[in-house]
Design a protein around this ligand. Sequence first.
Ligand SMILES: [Zn+2]
Length: 85
Amino acid sequence: MAHGPGLRKRLDHPGPRRLSKRAEGRPVAGRRRFLGVHFECCNVYARLYINKEKTAYQGGCPRCGRRLEVKIGSGGTDSRFFKAH
Ligand SMILES: [Zn+2]
């Protein structure tokens, strides 16, 4: 069989990559190890890790060292992300 002219599209370039970060994690039932935080002071993203008592997420801004603590209420915090103003 002869090869037809065809109109094969060539996708040589991989296309634009997504630069946006994915939302951290999915709702894991009963277990939250960390909380994603956007530190607006330095416009950086970091994680707060849960403390041993599981009463709060604790961490700090990786750039300026500003400390942050997000307490976990009795019902827990539903938001996966937190903004530090
Ligand atoms: Zn900062």
